[in-house]
Write a protein that binds this ligand. Sequence first.
Ligand SMILES: Cc1ncc(COP(=O)(O)O)c(C=O)c1O
Length: 436
Amino acid sequence: MTNKSEQLFNKALKVLPGGVSRNTIFRKPYPFYADKGEGCYVTDVEGVTRIDFANNMASLIHGHAYPAIVDAVTAQLAKGSCFTMATEAEVNYAQLLCDRVPSFDKIRFVNSGTEAVMAMLKASRAYTGKAKIAKVEGAYHGAYDYAEVSQTANPSNWGTLDKPNSIPVAVGTPAKALEDVVVIPFNDTERAIKILDQHKDEIACILVDLLPHRVGLIPASNDFINALHKWTRDNKSLLVFDEVITFRTNYSGAQQNYDVSPDLTAMGKVIGGGFPAGALAGCDEVMKVLDPTEPQVLLPHSGTFSANPITMTAGLAAMKDFDQAAVTRLNDLAIYAKAEINKAIKEVVIAACVTGAGSMFRIHLKPTPPRNYREAYVDKAESALITKLLDHLFDNGIMLINTCSATLSTAMGKKEIDHLVSVLKDGFELIKPEMI
Ligand SMILES: Cc1ncc(COP(=O)(O)O)c(C=O)c1O
């Protein structure tokens, strides 16, 4: 006897590598197959309904099948999904985002976070005429060769904190790509500046995620960002933010929480309203590299589905309703969730902690919050316990991201958080005996 998911997976194994189209959804013995979603609930093909704290990897800000998005997209679909022409939807959406974020004079839409980061790095090179980029050790920025360097560094290859190694993710990554990426430790201003100083005159931009998930989901310190900003001013370089995930954390993105503004920002996820999306935005001076009316276009750039009216319509509807009041309510809900999880950790007396900001948080099976990628690193033993905890949550109606992270949607309230915390508490009791 096999269930429907198992049957689908067996079929998938014959036509998809490892049976999946993206490794993030893989789980043993087989992945879940979604049937439908409504608000913050998702139902799989077995008919099991769970509260969705994964939200397609943080990309759904209003949960599933949000009526305003369904209505707007349905109307647009009937008129056509893409054209070899511009549409009014992209102009209206560009206007909304530029009005919303002080550092955005201009915006260019693309189709994913990976593409947005890639365009941002290429725009930085085009503007500065330099090849190298600097990035934080362990930070995830999508799949561009340069952006993914050091993302999976481990104790056997990461080198010293004074000189972290440039580690490839994919076998066959060109050595030249590795040489052109300077890796700096997170929130460690002194070491970071010393490393950057060894590459003066060579760095096009410093790429930063202000709340990097794999680095532990801890915010970049204001001092760290100020120091990086100053370094870029002193060295004719750019400071660029990857807000693909963090754009949801405040009304104008996470950058709203800092003294200085970036030259460029990459976005994705929530700005698509549930459809594939990305965008690159920033000051006029730098965005000019994309401008086809300039005598010389420094970065010629196009994309077949860029700014397609389905994504633009969905994104506009999503972000209109993610106004200041919605942002505040969601972030307050996350503060409540973290406080309740901390209470559960104390009551169970387990070596765990919770980090995060805005509408996202991450549970670590560590006694104190990690401060950088090396401290956040999950070894085999911790990974096995996290899998056990996640399976317990799945079996009890909760779906998290596979790093034990949660992202909230506006469809949620305290009821869903209370259920999460109660199941989590039982899960802590379950794994506690196995923790050393
Ligand atoms: C910070 C960050 N940058 C870039 C990306 C890549 O985005 P996408 O998966 O849309 O290519 C992600 C995706 O998780 C991300 O979290």
